[in-house]
Design a protein around this ligand. Structure first.
Ligand SMILES: C[S@@+](CC[C@H](N)C(=O)[O-])C[C@H]1O[C@@H](n2cnc3c(N)ncnc32)[C@H](O)[C@@H]1O
Length: 383
């Protein structure tokens, strides 16, 4: 039986990224690909698989060795964690790693800002729930009906979480805050995507870890959450919605407490405040946004993809002087890293799921190159 289409290409990618940042000689790539696929693969297929994607995806190093494009052993990201699979594009490095393990190996006081959209149900990114989502069979994912002939993206259904799930959620965010806190420099801002049903629990759990609450950023966006008539009684109660149609998304804002005054903290750590949009306009806590554009979804088909225009504004704001490193520990498609690249910042990320890591490796440069009407526009509510 032949191999499914693309399997040699994917195995080459896994092998080369798995050795990252070290380059691998062609014969070693062939041996590992064959082991992975459980059969022999002609040297010519491996060679052409590599050559086809060089220099976009792979870099030829010396005589017949290959590494991932843009990855160097001396890049700041690679030196900050245990060696492992990673991809680097300019100043952005994404590690294929568990956020908690990676944070444990990250040097203390080395992160200047965090922008992240963590998993919420804690179950929604489990392989069985992702399989249900792809099969259109629900589970924790709600598959909205098509609208005007357009298929709409699945949404995690937070209302199905029980008391135990909610307790686990608090444990998760408490653990996250504890793992993150020592890695932040004093004055580092942390922005965490949330939702109106759970934000109070997340804010409480993070606050328990010593992070100082600094408010919320409201993303004004019409979502597909809420607004439905009662289930199985649509006709009977036509004038009723069970919950309000959600038109905003809270992004929680925290800061590691300052060392001294804001001015002293800025001078020592380059953090403590938020970057202004312009001399006239401070960064504001309400941002008009739209659902992620289809063009971005095509480049980065992740179920929780956030739009570049919005992310670029947030990411830009977290480094008050534009100096330092921004982290997204739950990177998904790498959209935060792409936003950081687009605004000219250094950025690190971790993503635990192999499929999303590979997706991000392809999507980051493409998303970063997109034009948006975003950060720095004259009036943030008129974009
Ligand atoms: C809500 S999604 C982020 C999507 C992202 N905002 C985007 O625009 O693509 C959360 C991501 O965290 C990843 N994740 C879950 N647990 C993780 C962990 N322990 N370490 C690293 N990544 C994790 C999931 O695989 C998922 O891709």
């Amino acid at each position: 039986m032949g191999l499914p289409p693309g399997s040699v290409r994917d195995a080459i990618y896994d092998v080369v990224s798995g050795a990252c940042p070290a380059p691998l000689p062609l014969d070693e790539i062939q041996r590992r690909v064959e082991r992975r696929l459980g059969r022999s693969v002609p040297r010519s297929s491996i060679r052409s698989g590599l050559q086809l994607k060089t220099p976009d995806q792979y870099l030829r190093v010396g005589r017949g060795s290959y590494s991932l494009a843009g990855v160097t052993a001396s890049n700041p990201g690679a030196s900050m964690a245990e060696p492992g699979p990673c991809v680097t594009f300019g100043d952005a490095t994404l590690h294929h790693a568990d956020a908690f393990e990676w944070l444990a190996s990250c040097p203390d006081q080395s992160i200047h800002g965090v922008v992240t959209d963590p998993p919420y149900g804690l179950v929604e990114y489990r392989p069985d729930e992702l399989a249900k989502m792809r099969a259109g069979r629900g589970g924790v994912w709600r598959i909205p009906p098509s609208f005007d002939g357009n298929a709409r993206s699945p949404l995690p259904r937070f209302s199905v979480l029980g008391e135990e799930d909610l307790a686990n959620l608090e444990v998760f965010f408490n653990r996250f805050g504890q793992a993150l806190f020592p890695k932040l420099v004093p004055g580092a801002h942390v922005v965490v995507a949330s939702n109106p049903l759970l934000s109070h629990r997340v804010a409480y759990s993070l606050g328990q870890t010593g992070l100082e609450r600094r408010g919320e950023i409201i993303r004004l966006v019409q979502t597909m959450r809420g607004g439905d008539r009662p289930k199985n009684a649509h006709d009977e109660y036509r004038g009723v919605s069970v919950m309000p149609r959600s038109q905003w998304e809270p992004w929680l804002l925290f800061r590691r407490p300052l060392e001294g005054t804001v001015a002293a903290n800025l001078a020592k750590w380059r953090t403590g405040g938020l970057r202004r949009i312009s001399d006239r306009l401070p960064f504001g806590d309400v941002i008009k946004s739209s659902p992620t554009r289809p063009a971005e979804r095509r480049l980065a088909p992740h179920p929780s993809l956030k739009p570049q225009a919005f992310l670029r504004e947030i990411v830009r704001a977290v480094l008050p002087l534009g100096e330092g490193v921004v982290l997204d520990p739950f990177a998904g498609s790498g959209s935060t890293l792409a936003a950081a690249l687009a605004v000219g910042y250094r950025c690190l990320g971790t993503e635990v799921n192999a499929e999303y890591f590979e997706l991000a490796a392809r999507a980051i440069p493409a998303l970063a190159a997109l034009r948006t009407n975003s950060a720095g526009a004259a009036n943030p509510l008129d974009r």
